[in-house]
Ligand binder design. Structure first.
Ligand code: ZN
Length: 244
């Protein structure tokens, strides 16, 4: 089975379409796993929800999905993120809102657990350090787990007697799934933050037992023009050019 793993689409339709197109060049996507933050920041929340729903998929809830439906306050958000969250709320159709309201926080699919942040704090903790990975592993009941939220692709490998190793993932890196327990972050589709502005996603091929990380160019200018037309904050428009 070919399964595309996406995180942090953030209402960026051009990036999401580019990623799906890239994944589909090698064969059909049979299942799509989404790690949350389908909406927030970008100009196309409704279209991104609709595109996701065209696939056999599952998506966990991210903090921006929850903020858009008022289930999480925006007090902890920085001012531009809060402004974009309020704008997103106004764009949602009743159907789109209902879809976000029904998202689970943690989902198991075969050997994988899917969560936006960490298993300690599904909707808001960033998994950035080896200590956080260790705490997350203690709660992980499957061999592998998938997280988003930081928009930075990495793999954490569990090791006995010492903290997990955290390794950055670059375009074309392929992990062979074996005995070692892993946490994988496929990076962000719609707002990468590792200095590479290209959209990021991962492809899991269950027959080959591999997960490969890919970076895909998309029309950043088109997304930025839509954001300008929508009056979204300048800082959010500019950061897409830098991947920060
Ligand atoms: Zn996000």
């Amino acid at each position: 089975m070919r399964i595309a793993i996406v995180a942090d689409i953030h209402s960026n339709l051009e990036a999401f379409e580019a990623v799906l197109g890239h994944a589909e060049t090698g064969g059909p996507i049979e299942r799509l796993w989404c790690l949350g933050d389908v909406v927030g920041y970008g100009p196309d929340p409704g279209a991104c929800i609709d595109l996701l729903r065209r696939y056999s998929h599952v998506s966990v809830a991210g903090n921006h999905d929850l903020a858009a439906i008022g289930r999480m306050g925006t007090e902890e958000f920085n001012p531009v993120a809060a402004e974009a969250a309020h704008w997103t709320t106004r764009q949602l159709s009743a159907d789109g809102r209902k879809y976000l309201e029904e998202m689970p926080f943690v989902v198991k699919e075969g050997d994988f657990t899917l969560v936006h942040g960490t298993l300690r704090h599904p909707e808001w903790e960033y998994l950035l350090s080896s200590e956080q990975a260790q705490a997350h592993f203690r709660l992980q009941e499957t061999p592998y787990s998938l997280v988003g939220h930081s928009h930075v692709p990495f793999v954490a490998v569990e090791a006995s007697g010492r903290p997990p190793a955290m390794v950055a993932l670059a375009d074309g890196d392929e992990l062979e799934l074996g005995e070692e327990r892993l946490v994988i972050n496929p990076g962000g589709v719609g707002q990468p933050r590792d200095g590479d502005p290209r959209a990021a996603y991962a492809l899991y091929e269950s027959d080959a037992h591999t997960v490969a990380l890919h970076r895909v160019e998309y029309d950043i200018g088109a997304t930025q023009r839509k954001m300008e037309a929508a009056g979204l904050p300048r800082y959010l428009i500019e950061r897409l050019s830098h991947g920060r």
